[in-house]
Ligand binder design. Structure first.
Ligand code: FES
Length: 77
């Protein structure tokens, strides 16, 4: 499935399997330096980003759910 994200002001058009998390796509497809997933259960907050202004934990969201959204990573806040 095609997914479009605006990450830290840069547009990304990606192929994302429906089961991939936003965290996975940010780290591997968008090349966000220093971005990491640090826990297996969504408790640590290391993957936190803002999605259209709301803070979320990107390891708990599927990339396809974020299609069309503006994502701001911790490095750009
Ligand atoms: S990696 Fe820990 S909350 Fe997402």
């Amino acid at each position: 499935m095609r997914v479009m994200l605006i990450v830290d002001g840069e547009r990304h058009n990606l192929d994302a399997d429906t089961g991939r998390t936003l965290a996975d796509v940010l780290g591997t497809e968008c090349g966000i330096a220093g971005y990491r997933v640090a826990c297996p259960d969504g408790t640590c907050g290391a993957c936190a980003v803002t999605l259209d202004g709301d803070e979320i934990r990107s390891c708990l969201m599927l990339a396809v759910q974020a299609d069309g959204a503006k994502v701001t990573t911790i490095g750009d806040r």
